[in-house]
Design a protein around this ligand. Structure first.
Ligand SMILES: Cc1cc2nc3c(=O)[nH]c(=O)nc-3n(C[C@H](O)[C@H](O)[C@H](O)COP(=O)(O)O)c2cc1C
Length: 318
C-alpha cells in the first residue's frame, strides 16, 4: 500500500490505548472515520519480539487507511520497529507518540516527555523514516506544564526532520485529559510550519468539529473520546459539516452499532476475551440512558455474546 497517505480534509479516529483496538477501529471506520490509528506500541518491545506487542500492530483491511503508532526514545529501536512494521504490516504510515502523559511513559522520558528533547525527537523521526517506506508523522501536545512558546520551534524541528504531518492535541502534559483544549496554540503551530497540521481535542459533535476547524485553521482533525459508545459521531459530524439533514439518533441505531462492534471484537479476540473487554464499551453505549444503573451492573458482568444480546434486548424493550 502506502507512500501517499494524506490526512488533509479528513476526520481520523485518534489512537486510544485500551479501547482503540481492532474491533473499535473497524466500527468507527464503518461509521465514517476516514482513517484510524492503532493503540501506541512500544518500539523497544517490538525490537525484542514481544508477542503481545506484535499483536497490537495487527489490523483488518476494514480499518484502513491506518497509521501504526510507535512510542519510545531509542533511535535504534525506533528504526528497527519502523522497518519491522513496514515490512510485516505495511500501514498507510507510522505515527510517533510524543503526547502520552501517563506517568509510566512520561517518567521513562517517552511520550510527552520528548517535548523537552527536540534533538532526540528529531532523531527519532529520522530513525523511523529510515525504517519506514511511507510517511512518518508526529502526535504531540502543546507543552509539559503550560502552553510552551518553544512548542512552535519543536513543531518546526519535526518538519525539518522529515515528519509528513503533525497532529496536535491542544493540551499540556499536566492537563492529561482535563480542562479544555487550547486551539490558539494549534493555530500558531499551523501558521509556523508548511506540513499539514491535524487538530485534536474535544470534538464530540458537528458543532465542535466546525469550531476546531474554524479556530485552528488546521488541515483536518481527529477525535478519540467522542467516539466511545458513539462511533456514528463521524457520520453525524460529516452531515453537519456538509449542511445535510441530521439523521435522528435512536437507541435502536445505537445498539445496532454496538452489536456490530461486539461482532468485530469477537472476530479479533475470540468470544471470551472480547466479551470481557467489551464491558467498558457497553458502559459507554449505556451513557445517557435513564435508569442505567442496574443495566451497568449487568454490563460489568458480560462474558458471552448471548448475555450481551439479552442486555441489549432488555434495553430496547424498556
Ligand atoms: C483511553 C485513552 C487512551 C489513549 N491512548 C493514546 C495513545 O495510545 N496514543 C496517543 O497518541 N494518544 C492517546 N490518547 C489521546 C487521544 O488520542 C487524544 O489525543 C485525546 O483523547 C484528545 O482527543 P479527544 O478530546 O477527542 O478525546 C488516548 C486517550 C484516551 C482517552
Amino acid at each position: 500500500m502506502a507512500g501517499n497517505f494524506s490526512p488533509c480534509n479528513k476526520i481520523g479516529l485518534a489512537p486510544m490505548a485500551g479501547p482503540g483496538d481492532s474491533g473499535f477501529r473497524r466500527i468507527c471506520r464503518e461509521c465514517g472515520a476516514d482513517y484510524t490509528v492503532t493503540e501506541m506500541i512500544s518500539a523497544k518491545a517490538l525490537r525484542y519480539g514481544a508477542d503481545k506487542t506484535v499483536a497490537l500492530a495487527k489490523y483488518t483491511k476494514d480499518e484502513t487507511p491506518i497509521l501504526i503508532q510507535l512510542f519510545g526514545r531509542e533511535p535504534e529501536s525506533m528504526e528497527y520497529a519502523a522497518a519491522y512494521i513496514w515490512e510485516h504490516f505495511s500501514p498507510a504510515g507510522i505515527d510517533l507518540n510524543m503526547g502520552c502523559p501517563a506517568p509510566k511513559i512520561f517518567n521513562n522520558r517517552e511520550g510527552s516527555a520528548l517535548l523537552r528533547e527536540p534533538d532526540l525527537a528529531s532523531e527519532l523521526v529520522r530513525a523511523a523514516r529510515k525504517g519506514c517506506g511511507g510517511p512518518v508523522s508526529v502526535k504531540m501536545r502543546i507543552g509539559i506544564d503550560k502552553p510552551d512558546p518553544a512548542i512552535i520551534d519543536f513543531a518546526r524541528e519535526m518538519e525539518s526532520a522529515g515528519a509528513a504531518f503533525i497532529t496536535v492535541h491542544g493540551r499540556t502534559r499536566d492537563q492529561f485529559y482535563s480542562g479544555s483544549a487550547n486551539y490558539d496554540v494549534i493555530r500558531e503551530i499551523k501558521k509556523s510550519v508548511s506540513i499539514p497540521v491535524i487538530a485534536n481535542g474535544d470534538v464530540v459533535d458537528g458543532f465542535s468539529a466546525e469550531r476546531i476547524l474554524r479556530e485552528t485553521n488546521a488541515d483536518g482533525f481527529m477525535l478519540a473520546r467522542g467516539a466511545l459508545g458513539a462511533p456514528d459521531v463521524f457520520q453525524r459530524i460529516k452531515s453537519h459539516l456538509n449542511g445535510a439533514e441530521q439523521e435522528m439518533s435512536t437507541l435502536e441505531k445505537r445498539f445496532e452499532i454496538c452489536r456490530k462492534h461486539l461482532a468485530y471484537a469477537v472476530d479479533d479476540k475470540g468470544e471470551e476475551r472480547a466479551c470481557v473487554e467489551f464491558r467498558k464499551h457497553m458502559l459507554w453505549y449505556l451513557k445517557g440512558i435513564p435508569g442505567a444503573a442496574a443495566l451497568k451492573v449487568q454490563a460489568g458482568r458480560i462474558s458471552s455474546i448471548v448475555e450481551c444480546e439479552s442486555l441489549i434486548a432488555e434495553i430496547l424493550n424498556k
